[in-house]
Design a protein around this ligand. Structure first.
Ligand SMILES: [Mg+2]
Length: 341
């Protein structure tokens, strides 16, 4: 075991120094990053948006199938996704971790390598954080800061009657990826000799282990001259996110079953697990795609966009939130979402 360094050997300051060396500052607004009592930021004429998320071992992730590098990446991506959902550009993050004594320096470096990769792909700066010991498994908490021009932030509350309801990417895959990983874990517990069967499951498993925030779509909407009227990221499932937009905007909505974007691997796997693919799409969660509404007048601009699907329309509040089939029958939506309590 001599190739691994216990955390105690390096100490907290040594660890911070090691982490700091691997991160560079990219944003103008990051004046001072890691290495002082606090970071110094200078947002020029911009409004700041701030979002925090905490991931707990055994609740939000399972280290038997989630590599530390992916976990570091995902912890950043899910926070960046919230910044994207505000129509803002992420600029800085802080990362706090609580680790048990059994962790080695190499394991923590692996986690931060994921954080670093995410910082690189979303162009954000790691400007601070804390490392502390935990007696209850690994805890990772990220705070993301973003910038948006005054008046450009998109809230959940701006959807108007007749707006189009749009989503990015495809839905339900992350949930089915988790089902596959859980199944393989059980098979491994029953027989440790067993090799995981992940053939034809790479896409959905990747969606679970390494989600991406849709910053690309935020930049594209800007280029298309579209400002969504309301927006939210899909962490808990389409149904509950749509209900958040509707209740905060004081409107109703109808989404069409046949319009819901699904990947073929997701559909095949749903059948394999005897799950209704529509339920996986509506209530699966963790897809980290964006759900947003746009004025009807912007229809032409998005109708052929490969990453955006129009799934329905905003209606009067009195009509409720419904899922309609091709025969025009509408069924009121139920939000299940994830409950960690
Ligand atoms: Mg969110």
């Amino acid at each position: 075991m001599s190739e691994y360094t216990p955390l105690s050997e390096l100490g907290e300051f040594g660890l911070i120094k090691k982490i700091k060396e691997k991160f560079e500052l990219r944003n103008e607004s990051s004046v001072k990053g890691i290495g002082d009592d606090a970071a110094v930021l200078e947002p020029q004429e911009k409004q700041l948006v701030v979002s925090s998320d905490m991931l707990l071992e055994g609740v939000h992730f399972d280290l038997t199938f989630c590599p530390l590098k992916h976990l570091g990446y995902k912890a950043v991506a899910v926070n960046v996704s919230d910044i994207a959902a505000m129509n803002a550009k992420p600029t800085q993050i802080t990362v706090n971790i609580g680790v048990g004594a059994r962790y080695t320096v190499e394991a923590i470096e692996e986690l931060y390598e994921g954080v670093r990769l995410a910082c690189e792909s979303y162009n954000v700066d790691l400007v601070g954080g804390d490392t502390t010991s935990s007696r209850a498994g690994l805890v990772i908490s990220v705070t993301a800061i973003g910038e948006v021009a005054k008046g450009e932030a998109v809230l959940r509350s701006g959807a108007k009657v007749n707006d189009l309801v749009c989503v990015t990417g495809d839905l339900g895959a992350a949930y089915l990826g988790l089902q596959v990983l859980e199944r393989e874990k059980q098979a491994f517990i029953a027989n440790p000799e067993m090799q995981p069967e992940l053939e034809n499951k790479q896409y959905i498993v990747g969606r679970q282990l390494r989600p991406e925030a849709r910053m690309d779509v935020i930049y594209e909407l800007k280029e298309l001259g579209i400002k969504p009227t309301a927006m939210i990221d899909i962490s808990d499932g389409l149904a509950s996110e749509l209900m958040h937009i509707c209740s905060q905007s004081g409107v109703g909505a109808t989404v069409y079953k046949d319009n819901l974007p699904a990947d073929s691997q997701m559909l095949e796997t749903a059948v394999e697990f005897n799950l209704d693919p529509i339920t996986c799409i509506m209530n699966g969660g963790e897809d980290y795609e964006l759900l947003f509404t746009i004025p009807l007048a912007d229809h032409e601009k998005v109708k052929n966009h490969p990453d955006i699907t129009i799934i329905g329309k905003i209606t009067e509040a009195s009509e409720g939130v419904n899922l309609a089939n091709k025969h025009g029958q509408a069924f009121p939506l139920k939000a299940q979402g994830w409950s960690h309590f």
